[in-house]
Design a protein around this ligand. Structure first.
Ligand SMILES: CSC[C@H]1O[C@H](OP(=O)(O)O)[C@H](O)[C@@H]1O
Length: 355
């Protein structure tokens, strides 16, 4: 299965997703600043993949400063954390991973042991992500009793995580179980994650799919060719409001109009337990040139202004269920989210790492 990141023990190799599917180009980073730039520029993207990359970025900072005086290390790690957190604002998994690494560092009594402690924690974050996604795949697939045609948006697969995928993990599991007829893949302008990355992953595994433009989704729903929509998430508020790739909210409204289930697949690390609703989720504004240009070639007249919010927020009322590794939250609202996250609340409050 495709891997967006390879840990060498002292550096992080990053598959440059801006170049896929036509070129396979790997970059290599040895510090947090390099990893932050890889995240900012979307060489690596996808909430869980960003989290794993940031974790390795902090581990490398500890390695780079292994010889420094013990009292210097907290300052070094704090500076590295700030740089990583500033790389992209919406996916809360990034902050979740940084805070988890900071807890591991704070719990390490011997500064000399810090590099290996942080490397081990980063490796745990990556390994857990794969196990979590497989659990999400199982729970998501159990929602479908018969072969289905699903529509998905953006890329939520192995390239967006440390492996297997969230919404695309459910697709993989349905395919493995013989309960997937076909996937309608939203191209997902302006970054084309669907056309370039999801189609690439599904083709590599022989999973049947059809690429559609984002504007075609309603047409296929109207013709009864969409049994369900499956998307990922970058940040979920305590009431179940979901921030995800721009265009997700449009799909949720269309699903409501056509009576089609709208499922969000996300690990509990995507929940931001500090915010009550989606109104508090920061929406990344990216360079408008990513809208006015394709592969660096202008597609608009000179001087055309373009908007580029990279995410939107779907109100929890439009979400049929959120599929997490701790259970499926049907008709998410503060109470049902709290019921599934209660255990998570406790683990984070105690400072222990989630199981
Ligand atoms: C499995 S999380 C994937 C999530 O991240 C994507 O955003 P981006 O490609 O900008 O990092 C998109 O929102 C996906 O749903």
């Amino acid at each position: 299965m495709l891997q967006p990141l390879i840990w060498t023990g002292h550096s992080l190799r990053v598959l440059d997703q801006r170049r896929l599917p036509n070129e396979t180009v790997w970059s290599e980073y040895r510090d947090a600043a390099g990893v932050a730039e890889a995240i900012r520029s979307m060489q690596v993207r996808g909430a869980p993949a960003i989290a794993a990359a940031a974790a390795y970025g902090l581990a490398m900072e500890a390695q780079r400063h292994a010889g420094a005086r013990g009292d210097r290390l907290p300052e070094v790690l704090e500076a590295a954390a700030r740089v990583l957190l500033a790389s992209r604002p919406t996916a809360v998994n990034l902050r979740w991973a940084v805070e988890r690494m900071q807890k591991a560092a704070a719990a390490c009594p011997d500064p000399a042991a810090l590099p290996q402690v942080l490397v081990a924690e980063a490796e745990r974050i990556a390994a857990e992500d794969v196990a979590v996604n497989r659990r999400i795949g199982d729970l998501g697939a159990a929602l479908f009793a018969r072969p289905v045609q699903v529509l998905t948006h953006c890329n939520t697969g192995a390239l967006a995580t440390a492996g297997y995928g969230t919404a695309l993990g459910v697709v993989r599991r349905l395919h493995e179980l013989g309960r997937l007829r076909q996937v309608l893949v939203d191209e997902t302008r302006p970054y084309w994650q669907g056309a370039r990355l999801t189609a690439y992953e599904l083709a590599a595994e022989g999973i049947p799919h059809i690429l559609i433009t984002d504007s075609m989704a309603g047409h296929f729903m109207q013709r009864g060719q969409v049994d369900a929509v499956l998307v990922g998430a970058d940040r979920i508020a305590r009431n179940g409001d979901v921030a995800n790739k721009i265009g997700t909210y449009t799909l949720a409204v269309l699903c409501r109009h056509h009576g089609i289930p709208f499922y969000v697949a996300a690990p509990v690390s995507t929940f931001d337990l500090t915010i009550a609703t989606g109104e508090d989720i920061p929406i990344e504004e990216r360079d408008p040139a990513e809208v006015t240009h394709v592969y660096g070639r202008r597609i608009t007249p000179e001087g055309t202004q373009a908007a580029h919010p990279a995410f939107d927020v779907t109100p929890h009322e439009l979400v049929t269920a959120i599929i997490t590794e701790r259970g499926v939250i049907h008709h998410p609202q503060p109470e049902s989210v709290r019921a599934v996250l209660a255990a998570e609340d406790k683990t984070r409050a105690e400072g222990s790492t989630p199981a």
